[in-house]
Design a protein around this ligand. Sequence first.
Ligand code: MLT
Ligand code: ZN
Length: 482
Amino acid sequence: MTPSVPSQEATALLDGLRAFIEPAHVRVDPESCLNYGRDWTRLYVPNPLAVVLPGTVEQVQQLVRYANDHRLALVPSGGRTGLSGAAVACRGEIVVSLDRLNRILDFDPTDRSVTCQAGVVTETLQNFARDHDLYYPVDFAARGSSQIGGNIATNAGGIKVIRYGLTRDWVTGLKVVTGRGDLLDLNRGLIKNASGYDLRHLFIGSEGTLGIIVEATLQLTQPLREPSVMVLGVPDLDGIMALYGAFRGRLELSAFEFFSELALRHVLKKGLHRPFETATPYYVLIEFENPEQAQTDEALALFEQCAEQGWLADGVISQSEAQAKELWRLREDISESISEHQPYKNDVSVRISRVPALLAEMDELLAREYPDFEVLWYGHIGDGNLHINILKPANLEPATFARQCGAVSEHLFEILRRHGGSISAEHGVGLTKKPYLHYTRDETEIGYLRAIKQAFDPNGIMNPGKIFDGSTRVPTSPSKTS
Ligand code: MLT
Ligand code: ZN
């Protein structure tokens, strides 16, 4: 348990913060504490001591040094669209919001790179790139509220990984304030830099446990050439990866997603329309570059061949950008459309070659273990990444539901371990996956993770209790003032 300090001491600590951060940006009102103390998991009760919004990098540094002096726990906070509880503050921590560090600082057309502060919203950066006839390809449904710093801290993936990779692949420079309070300027936008350990990559995916990302330099690229979208109705699980094999070889794919009919029904309830008459148990969404008639012809020929094989039962291809967007919504809107059912989320991955075996084993396991729950499948299957969502029955208490699903997850993770997969493909570990980390990383490896944490954050003030529990000491975090 985290020891608490009397509220008088907490008041003094807050006064100390206000000495170097404008008082209006040290918030303790219940609404700010609620909003900034949670992410999209909604499993934990937010309970931060305060929410602090630094306006300069110097203030971030002062804050980290102050936290070290007083052994205060800090939770870095971006758009809080995460799904693993990594940005949750439920133990009297101080939330450090990057909202005010939201400027694009530099753009270089020769380098095709942009430097921005951590609080820039993903979509703002995407639009900035578009305005310069370029493209920032990391993309996902939470683009309108997620922030670049948070994307980097979770190594966000999303819907274009099959073509463009993860956030990691686009970060050429990072400025971070370490848990010791040092400001590091990592890699400085270089494409090539063979001068020893690349600390930048330790911060990518570190979930705020090593320090605070304050600035990033990101590579931009050429926009996609006339992308088209196909949605195909798939009669059985085996068809999904058969289609992947067929389409991947002959078209330049920028997405290969899938979802189940059960998942589709939730977005239909929110007002979207079926892509075509035929309902099938599964669907795939394929996006591909389609600049010339040759690609359209190829796609249609593939459609015919796959239909003959029985891998698809029906399909549609977009005829305009607006239609492509509508088709994308069938997949992208699933997460939001089911949020009212407080889903238990699994976000797992294996190598692509193992997906068919994983699908078959998971299908058998989930049908056996969840006879009474609604289980929805969707995800970035072209990357080997599946999202399994179990919807909470309205009458079931959340803690009981989470416990039951957690027990089934152990079976699922055993299967994953056998296939060399991961318990978290793109949502991170945070709090929700912490108990299961050992399925993906062995104790020896976790020991190295702890040693890295110790080097950057010797007092354990940075997002304590996320990814793994502290091995040396639990930092003191004060109780909430009344
Ligand atoms: C998605 O792929 O839709 C996101 O990762 C969100 C989710 O898994 O619910
Ligand atoms: Zn996803």
